[in-house]
Ligand binder design. Structure first.
Ligand SMILES: N[C@@H](CCC(=O)N[C@@H](CS)C(=O)NCC(=O)O)C(=O)O
Length: 203
């Protein structure tokens, strides 16, 4: 299984996911700024020509949420996704999809300083999304209560990104605590170390 990735991108969550799953994988570090993704070979994996992307035998796929869900299902022993038939799978899928559909969109709205009428915007509004996520992880500690899952990899990576890098989340102690719980996970730290090593090698 090969993961195409670049540091400081949405590929981080897939690195974290791989480290949580604990299954063998190969990493191919790509440069998203020098045109090296603009090849027919890469287009066949991800026609959007973005990272992350995954190749696993005949399976070729992109979209970080889909990759996280795919890897979680491949590693049942890591217990990162409720199996089909488990009622918790509904809540799990709900929040996996919510991340890309609502949380990321709300960040973009805030960064672009545009206001879209909340009934037209699929995510409602930035403030509404923050309230919903705070309620979701209270008391937590995770989206599925005591059970950490790939939904936390998706949500946690975006919350962390929103606080630390984009700085669109401010004065939300519940979200800051959740982010700190994510950062404390050994798999998160291994993913960070992989990024740091790649950035240091680049100079
Ligand atoms: N919806 C996609 C977004 C992927 C994406 O936007 N990747 C960016 C980095 S965060 C990228 O590869 N940009 C390079 C480019 O557009 O050329 C996902 O979640 O995987």
């Amino acid at each position: 299984m090969k993961l195409y990735w670049a540091p400081h991108t949405r590929a981080f969550r897939t690195l974290w996911m791989m480290e949580e799953a604990g299954i063998p994988y190969e990493r191919e570090l790509v440069d998203i700024n020098d045109g090296s993704l603009q090849t027919e070979r890469y287009r066949a994996i991800n026609p959007m020509m973005k990272v992350p992307a995954l190749e696993h035998g005949e399976a070729k796929m992109a979209e970080s949420g889909a990759i996280c869900a795919y890897v979680a299902d491949l590693a049942p022993e890591a217990n990162l996704a409720p199996p089909i038939g488990d009622p918790a799978r509904g809540r799990y899928l709900h929040w996996m999809f919510f991340d890309a559909a609502c949380l990321e969109a709300a960040f973009v709205e805030r960064m672009a300083k545009v206001e879209i009428p909340s009934r037209a915007a699929g995510w409602g509004s930035f403030d509404r999304v923050m309230d919903v996520v705070e309620n979701l992880i209270s008391p937590g500690p995770w989206v599925l209560g005591d059970r950490f899952s790939a939904a936390d990899v998706m949500l946690g990576s975006d919350i962390w990104y929103g606080i630390e890098l984009l700085k669109v989340i401010k004065d939300h102690p519940i979200l800051e605590d959740y982010s700190a719980r994510c950062v404390a996970r050994p798999a998160f730290q291994r993913a960070e170390a992989i990024e740091a090593e790649a950035l240091a090698a680049k100079g």
